[in-house]
Every structure is written in structure tokens, then in C-alpha cells.
Design a protein. Sequence first.
Length: 320
Amino acid sequence: MEYTKLGYTDLKVSRLCLGGMSFGSSKWMADPETSRAIIKKAIDYGINFIDTANIYSSGESEKIIGEAITGYRTQLVLSTKGGGKVNDFTQGFSRAILFNEIKNSLKNLRTDYIDIYFLHTIFDNVDFRDTAHTLSSFISSGKAGYIGLSNFMGYQLAEFSTIMEMQENIKPAILQNHYNAVYREDERDAIPFCEKHEIAYSPFSPIAAGFLSGKYKRGVENETVRTKTYPVMKERYFSDSDFDILESVEDIAKKKGVNVPQLALAYVLNKGFIPVIGATKLEYLEDDIAALDIKLGREEMEAIDRNYKPHKIVKGTAGY
């Protein structure tokens, strides 16, 4: 396993982050028993960075991870999220809601601290100052080590980060946003901001929710369980330029003798980021580990990049 320093922090994390969104009971997810096996195998492989959220499977993902990491906790960098929609009465960024959410997450994860506590999303009508103060209190009380942000637009990242630093004398340690070979809008401002301020960048959906798996084809309906249960996928992908990029990825994968998802993940790894991977089967995890060994040259990266066209921003909503 390869490791890297997480932004400006002293945390040493694996180049792959195991995401918990696929752990639960929905049709497309890994069931609890399989999920625990995947988590333990990931730890055996050297993955020490595990991420989840309080809203994934209504807390089931946190509970599965909490049980699976018993005996390993001190070896791991563990992150979860708050601020997403728990139900119609529990959503948002007020102090009371976030205090209750982190309390429940700590209980579900069977731990007394979370290494990185993320805001799952943000809205412009939120009082950034009040939310920053609440997050700061999690650090000062020992509930969280660092703060992360997810689903933040570039201007929101800049504003929130500035308020945190000026008001609370802390700053975000990591940004977890949507990024892959067919969706690269963060290259405009969020990624440059992260690089300038030593904030780690961790893309979720490096395989584009399966679009870059090779199973989707141009000119056909492409209806799957994943597209039905994750409708935002059809809004984000499936344009002609997306299929142009997919075909470039397929061509390079064939030449290198690797599968298409591995090549798509290797593309993100070769950018120097820390991708969040989601596995529903042990063999998928093994494929992801193998992607660390795939090195792409400048011409191969350019072959993937050249067909990219700007996308409409489809912001992650964390259940809102």
C-alpha cells in the first residue's frame, strides 16, 4: 500500500480511502456480512482511511463499520459526515442538530473520537460563522481531530475556509467532492484553492458511479439498478463527450491489459488525489488495490483529457 500525508495535517493515510456508501441493505449494496469482510480485507491490504456518513443506509453503514473495526481503531483514520438529511425533521447545520448527529455517529462507530468530521454539504443561506464555531467546538472537545468539507462549490470552499481560519484559527483539512475522468469541474477553482492552502483533495465516484466500468454503451437505454436507485447519475453522465472519454479509457485499458474500472481509478490516482472507493464485492476491492500499480504517461493522460467538455453543475445534495 502507498501512503501520503493528508494536506497540512500530520495524518498519514493510504492512497485509497474505503468509502462506506455501499455498505447496507439496498439492492445494489453489499450486505452487512459482505461489508464487514470487505472492510477487514481492506485493512489487511493496508488501507487505513475509512469514510462514511450518518445518512448512509440511515446509520447502518456507520454501525457496520463500527463493528468491523473493533480492535483496529487506533490504526485507522476514520471519517464520517453530518448535516445531511436524516429525516424531514432532522436536517441542517444548527448547533443542536450537529451536536446530536456527531453524538449518534460516535455511538454507531463505537469510538470516542472521529479523525475527520465532514460537513456533507452546505447552502448559501446557512450562517457559515455559526457552523464554523460548532465544528471548532468538536475539535476543542476532542470529538473530532480535523474538519472536512464535502459537496462544496469553489466559492463556498473559499468563503467557509476563510471564516474558519479568521474566526476559529483552524481550516479544513480535506475536500471530498465529485471528480472523475468524465466530470472535472473542480479543476476550475476548488482544486487550485486546495493546492494553494494545503487542503487534501479526495474525489468521490472515481468510476463515475459505474459509468466508467465499461458496462454502459453509446446509443442504448443503459437502465440498471444503479441508475434507478441513483437518478442523479443520468443527470451527470451519458453525454456524447462522456462516451468519447469512456472509449479512450477502454482503449488504454485494453492496451495495458487491465480492466476499465482499474484504468479509470488509475487516472484519478495519477492526478495525485486520494480517491474514495466503494466496493460491493471482495474482487472489486482487489481490482482497486491493483490500480495503484498502473502508471499513465503524459500522452495517455492527454488522450483521456482531450475529449472533455464542460458539464452542467449537478451538486451533491446529501439527501436534501
